[in-house]
Design a protein around this ligand. Sequence first.
Ligand code: NAD
Length: 242
Amino acid sequence: MWNAIAEKLLDAKKIVFVTGAGISQESGIPTFRGKEGLWRKYDPMQLATIDAFYQDPKLVWEWYEERRHNILGAKPNPGHLAIAELEKYKDVHILTQNIDGLHQRAGSKNVYELHGSIITIKCTVCSFKDKITTGFSSLPPLCKCGNMLRPDVVWFGESLPQDVWKSAMEQASTCDIMIVVGTSLAVSPANLLPVYAKQNRAIMVEVNIDPTPMSYTMDVSLRKSAANALPGLVDLVSGKVF
Ligand code: NAD
């Protein structure tokens, strides 16, 4: 399967991954969209917007706490580990929409969290930001300044952290190969990253169990799960398949 672009992979200096919820699905973390997606059970507008938060902060916090506990109990799967392993051979950058920290836990160094992290909190008013190290005695938790703390994630309608987005655009525009893994490419502006890479004539690869709106623009589309497909990529680049 990777053989179709084997030469390009071996020659590539910089490989950029764009990852989404699908790469963590095999770690037991549900995606948003798709057959088992969370949005089949929940209404995103009641849980993942700033309006929803101010309307019912306890409900939103309970949902994030349940997800955070699930994520902390999960482990990186062979898909995350393969990407981390690839760093031994190539200049690898990961532009992730995920908030679960599994790329970092797999050992990847160059991770750009476009949508923030479920493992950190920030104040709704002052500049306080920190890692969550223990549980909370009551929800919503309060900042030392007296205002509510919120999960440090990007909700619908909010801007991405500008420094992270700028770096992500730079990486996308300068890669030799872009590998888009487990994302529906339904969320803007992250879904523009493959466009920037394509404009720069990068080789485009998609790993997704289902087609996406950009499948037709890809040089190679692998209809396989991330944990199944990605270890083969490392074998090829490391020379194990020869
Ligand atoms: P999405 O839920 O919209 O789409 C998931 C995609 O992954 C689909 O295209 C699906 O076909 C594919 N997929 C499912 N299982 C797969 C597998 N095992 N291997 C390969 N592909 C698989 O996810 P998205 O595009 O990342 O949506 C963006 C939003 O979802 C982001 O805001 C992100 O923060 C949020 N999200 C993150 C997590 C996480 O951090 N793990 C989990 C759920 C949602």
